[in-house]
Ligand binder design. Structure first.
Ligand SMILES: [Zn+2]
Length: 435
């Protein structure tokens, strides 16, 4: 239902933005030059000093208040938009065959904790409801194969069949991080295809018992988006969004991911407000929470503000990891008009940036719901980052010159786009919505 709604929105908004045409752009060289890389970098250090900014946790909240303070001191109108978010921290999982090898499980995101000693495992195919027919899995651990249905569905089906826990093995070599999206009824881990072959091989010979422990901390909590608004000169003009996320993974300091995006965005806000650069369109500086657990904050922002985003959104600049690596990727998913991405690529060339590359973005960051709604997106992402989602994602890994250059590009594009907004026939949106 929700997906259908989204695709309906996409089709109407896509028709809408196809009517966009661009006016001449002013020079924005002065704007770029005002961007102070060391000020932007100081925001990264301040965020990292708070510790891992786990979605729904106290460090994430402290980061939100820090960002709100920085935005307020720029003179932006600041709103903190709260939404429900389970705090979840994985402290590790262990799995061993009784009298056999130790395997290497990964806790699924939103698995409850659990301890099982000498509990039998039962192979339950792909974990469809019918796969449990005639199988006695009550009080046992369901072993399932990845594929065809979501991890959450497999685990829910196993729970409905009475299983005490679930293990899913990968369908391709190696292990992977899996999410259940919300707290599951029973504990669940992911193992590699290779570990899965060990278990199914042993099951071919007879009953298999395992010891499985899953150690997590979780509690219902709230996360928040911090939205700073810079009112445009013309209320009838639309809104240009620039976004980055301030949460981090539980074991990561989150310097590049995404302290860099936040640092650059806050410096862009300082430049545009401090020096009195006014734009026709309104600018919304969006610091999103809970990105690492499924872009929850940006989804909340777009879905609760759908009328504004669809009706007034002129573009969205997403900054996620812009400080490590030798290539600046400039792109979008391809769902909406490419005007903003095209413009950013031109701007990069004009600014003399050599090491950028066109790129088709994935759906794993905060741009996705904007683009789904038909808003033109550009996603800036520097790569490769060998420290991605590790404890090594610290400020010293950031190439400050590259980071500042990317921040300057984002600031210039933001300014240009809001100063001379693309002309969108926004009234069409309401006409189509009525259908
Ligand atoms: Zn990120």
């Amino acid at each position: 239902m929700r997906v259908r709604e989204r695709f309906a929105c996409l089709s109407l908004a896509a028709g809408l933005v196809l009517m966009a045409s661009l006016q001449a752009k002013p020079a924005s060289r002065d704007i770029q030059q005002l961007f102070d890389g060391s000020r932007a970098f100081a925001h990264i250090e301040a965020l990292v000093a708070l510790g891992p900014r786990i979605a729904g946790g106290p460090a994430e909240r402290a980061a939100a208040l820090y960002i709100a303070g920085a935005m307020t001191s720029c003179g932006l109108d600041v709103e903190i938009q709260e939404f429900p978010q389970t705090f979840f921290e994985d402290l590790g999982a262990a799995l061993e065959v009784v009298g056999g090898p130790a395997l290497s499980p990964l806790t699924m995101l939103y698995s409850p904790p659990g301890e099982f000693f000498g509990v039998e495992i039962v192979f339950c195919g792909l974990g469809h409801p019918q796969d449990f027919d005639g199988i006695d899995v009550a009080g046992k651990i369901a072993l399932m194969r990845r594929g065809e249905i979501t991890f959450a569905s497999k685990i829910a089906n196993a729970a409905a069949a009475g299983a005490a826990a679930g293990i899913v093995f990968n369908s391709v070599p190696g292990n992977m991080n899996a999410t259940l999206y919300s707290m599951a009824a029973i504990p669940a881990v992911m193992i590699s295809l290779e570990d899965g072959a060990i278990l199914t091989g042993l099951l071919d010979e007879g009953p298999v018992a395992v010891n499985l422990t899953i150690d997590v901390v979780w509690y219902p909590s709230t996360s928040q988006n911090v939205i700073g608004t810079l009112q445009g000169l013309d209320p009838d003009e639309g809104i240009v969004y620039i976004g980055a996320h301030y949460d981090s993974v539980w074991h990561g300091p989150g310097a590049n991911d995404d302290g860099t995006g936040i640092g650059a965005m806050l410096e862009a806000a300082r430049v545009l407000t401090r020096y009195g650069h006014q734009t026709k369109a309104t600018i919304k500086f969006c610091a999103f929470g809970a990105e690492e657990v499924g872009s929850v904050g940006s989804e909340y922002f777009v879905m609760t503000g759908e009328e504004e985003v669809v009706g007034r959104g002129l573009g969205m600049i997403n900054l996620d990891m812009i400080g490590v690596g030798d290539t600046l990727n400039i792109g979008n998913i391809g769902w909406a008009d490419s005007a903003l991405t095209d413009y950013t690529r031109e701007k990069a060339a004009v600014m003399g940036i050599q090491d950028w590359a066109p790129w088709t973005a994935g759906t794993n960051s905060d741009h996705v719901y904007f683009e789904w709604m038909g808003v033109p997106v550009v996603f800036l992402y520097q790569s490769p980052d060998p420290y991605y989602h590790t404890a090594e994602d610290t400020p010293d890994k950031i190439d400050v010159a590259v980071f500042a250059r990317n921040g300057r590009l984002a600031t210039a594009v933001l300014y240009d786009w809001a100063k001379n907004p693309p002309v969108l026939a926004r009234q069409l949106a309401t006409a189509d919505v009525a259908e």
